[in-house]
Ligand binder design. Structure first.
Ligand code: F6P
Length: 374
């Protein structure tokens, strides 16, 4: 199939670097291949009912590199996924996809480049099955997409969380407090683990390692014995106590995804009761996603955007561009969205954290406390 016009979609939560990808796609497509690029607004929603699309030219993307958010708008729940399966699982409503495919034809859009996380790229994979050429670009600050070493947005979020930890150190140290930072990470602890190491946290709580409050309290008491009167804890929003459940702010409904949040305050309350130390919690929330991408994410986003156009023009479809050993490759979309990429418990970084005395609050760590040399 000859590709003359590419449709561009941004979906899911915003992430620093979305606009940088849009810019790279437009510049590469128009300048290098003389294609047209049509931006689809508000994720795939812009493809149904009265469609909402607009042509993007190099003039339209001028100045976009450092700009946060997405000029196309985004949604993290829409009509392309319904919670309707007998077991409460998600289903893909066929008539919505048919309408979108007809609209793509009517708008002369020959192929799609889709920027998103596992949910959005799952929808993109359905378009591929319906015969629309698609290439995905991996986006999420959570870095939990499989088949790629990094998603764009993650490293900027990491910088923000690390700076927050640096700033919390000041108060923790001055007031002899325990300070807890709750960061994003629904199913995985990538932001918590990386920022915890970069920001010198004493305890890192991640979804992959269910924790014991007793083990966390013992770590804080061990630090007191070693003359450190304050402690810093970073907790991923999806972390949970061993034998417990994740904590939600909102269970969600047909239109809204369930919203995690509250684990940091829970840990603060329980730890204060266990240790008698003043314990405070800060929830970093959307500050991790907003604002300008850092230099690395601008570079990665630009490379991903440009490589996505080249992949389409080579005739690839049903693929996602991915970072692999400092190179951009393409991987099957279906494989990338099949499972989330979790932190491996035997990874080098977990080992390094443990070797420098970081606690993950694991049940078996309690036995280790008391043996530590100050
Ligand atoms: O996927 C990124 C993410 O930031 C998650 O970590 C978080 O749970 C979710 O998006 C929250 O999105 P929102 O609150 O904007 O719906």
């Amino acid at each position: 199939m000859t590709i003359r016009t590419i449709g561009l979609v941004t979906g899911g939560g915003d992430a620093p670097g979305l606009n940088a990808v849009i810019r790279a796609v437009v510049k590469t497509a128009v300048t290098e291949y003389s294609l047209r690029v049509v931006g689809i607004e508000d994720s795939f929603e812009g493809l149904i009912d009265e469609t909402r699309t607009r042509e993007l030219t190099p003039a339209d993307v001028r100045g976009l590199l450092p700009r946060g958010g997405t000029i196309l708008g985004t949604r993290n729940r829409g009509r392309f996924v319904e919670r309707g399966g007998a077991d409460g699982s998600d289903v893909k409503p066929e008539q919505i996809y048919q309408q979108a495919v007809e609209n793509l034809r009517r708008l002369d859009i020959d192929a799609l480049i889709v920027l998103g996380g596992e949910g959005t790229l799952g929808i993109a994979a359905e378009f591929d099955k319906l015969g629309v050429p698609v290439v995905g670009v991996p986006k999420t600050i959570d870095n939990d997409l499989a088949c790629t070493e990094l998603t764009f947005g993650f490293v900027t979020a990491l910088d923000i969380a690390t700076e927050a930890l640096d700033r919390l150190h000041t108060t923790a140290d001055s007031h002899d407090r325990v300070m807890i930072l709750e960061v994003m990470g629904r199913h995985t602890g990538w932001i918590a683990l990386h920022s915890g190491i970069a920001g010198g946290a004493d305890v890192i709580l991640i979804p992959e390692i269910p924790f014991s409050l007793k083990a966390v309290a013992e770590k804080i008491e061990e630090r007191e014995r070693c003359d450190s009167q304050f402690s810093i804890i970073v907790v991923a929003e999806g972390a949970r106590e061993a034998g417990g459940l994740e904590i939600y702010q909102d269970a969600g409904d047909r239109e809204h995804a369930p919203r995690l949040g509250g684990i940091g305050h829970h840990v603060a309350r329980e730890l204060e009761a266990l240790t008698g130390k003043e314990t405070r919690c800060v929830v970093l929330g959307h500050l991790q996603r907003g604002g300008t991408p850092n230099a690395f994410d601008r570079m990665l986003a630009t490379n991903y955007g440009s490589c996505a156009v080249r992949a389409l023009m080579r005739g690839e479809t049903g693929k996602m561009v991915a970072l692999h050993s400092a190179d951009i490759i393409t991987v099957p979309l279906a494989k990338a969205v099949a499972n989330v990429k979790t932190v491996a418990l035997d990874s080098q970084l977990i080992r390094t954290a443990r070797d420098i005395g970081v606690s993950f609050g694991a049940i078996d760590e309690a036995a280790h406390h008391g043996k530590v040399k100050c």
